[in-house]
Design a protein around this ligand. Structure first.
Ligand code: SF4
Ligand code: SF4
Length: 262
């Protein structure tokens, strides 16, 4: 912890970075901290409890516009950073990335190659809760499953906190705000709420880090991260590890089975 604090202080002091995205102790759990001074840096913590996906802040133009940034990156944030570099939203080598090795040691990562190397060496966090959710929902007969999801998504009031929490939702103008043509009804109604989530998750195909931040951000506790988790499972099953294959919806491979075309 002290090691990260002193490294961040040095980076801020030498103007190598203007802002460091990290964690501080919250009331119960670690919470995000945007450190811009040595005083801020003294509040930084970074340990196995810091699992949130802070990569979401790296593409926030209101926070980052023109600033040189550093980040304390969890496993999920590392996955998102890879995608953001692949999608030209971050410049490779421009962000000072700190992460924890599987042994819990602090390490700094200079390039996307370093990030991918560490991801390969780090076991993916277990997703037993999400796997159990998917299994439970899949075992429902189709009518019951429809009832389940319409029942859950009927409660959505379109606050878009799920979108705001997601590092891959970086568009300056989201499809839900386009009104010529109007793709989605902007008001909350069950079917348009379902369209919103289906659209959101389809846009994540092959890009989602499976971090669960969308579900954690929902003020109603709607399990929208379970839809993302199922999508990640399907992409992995049909196309391999998403992080290695590009965006699933925009990558064409002549050897694709295309057995969905009937
Ligand atoms: S789990 Fe949710 S928040 Fe995380 S990357 Fe996927 S869609 Fe975005
Ligand atoms: S965070 Fe929850 S309530 Fe808000 S738009 Fe997303 S699913 Fe709906």
């Amino acid at each position: 912890m002290n090691e990260l604090r002193s490294k961040v202080k040095a980076l801020l002091g030498s103007s190598e970075i203007d802002l460091f995205v990290g964690y501080e102790q919250g009331t119960r759990l670690p919470r995000p901290l945007l450190a811009a001074s040595a005083e801020d840096a003294d509040k930084l913590i970074f340990d196995e409890r810091c699992t949130g996906n802070l990569a979401v802040y790296l593409t926030r133009k209101d926070l980052m516009g023109g600033k040189k940034a550093g980040i304390a990156a969890s496993y999920y944030a590392l996955r998102s950073i890879c995608r953001l570099i692949d999608e030209n939203q971050l410049q490779d080598g421009a962000t000072k990335i700190f992460a924890l090795t599987p042994q819990g040691a602090l390490t700094s990562l200079e390039t996307i190659a370093d990030v991918k190397q560490l991801l390969q060496e780090t076991p993916a966090p277990a997703k037993q809760v999400e796997d159990a959710w998917v299994q439970e929902v899949e075992e429902m007969p189709a009518a019951e499953r429809w009832k389940f999801w319409t029942g859950e998504l009927a409660k959505c009031f379109k606050c878009y906190a799920c979108r705001a929490a997601c590092p891959m939702c970086y568009c300056t103008r989201c499809i839900v705000e386009v009104n010529r043509p109007q793709w989605l009804q902007p008001w909350a109604a069950t079917l348009s709420n379902m369209e919103w989530q289906i659209n959101r998750v389809m846009h994540m195909a092959g890009r989602c880090a499976d971090c669960g931040a969308c579900g954690a951000a929902c003020p109603l506790g709607l399990p929208v991260h379970i839809i993302a988790h199922k999508m990640v499972q399907m992409v992995r099953q049909h196309f391999g590890e998403p992080a290695d294959k590009g965006a699933t919806l925009s990558t064409f491979d002549p050897s694709d089975k295309e057995n969905f075309i009937r």
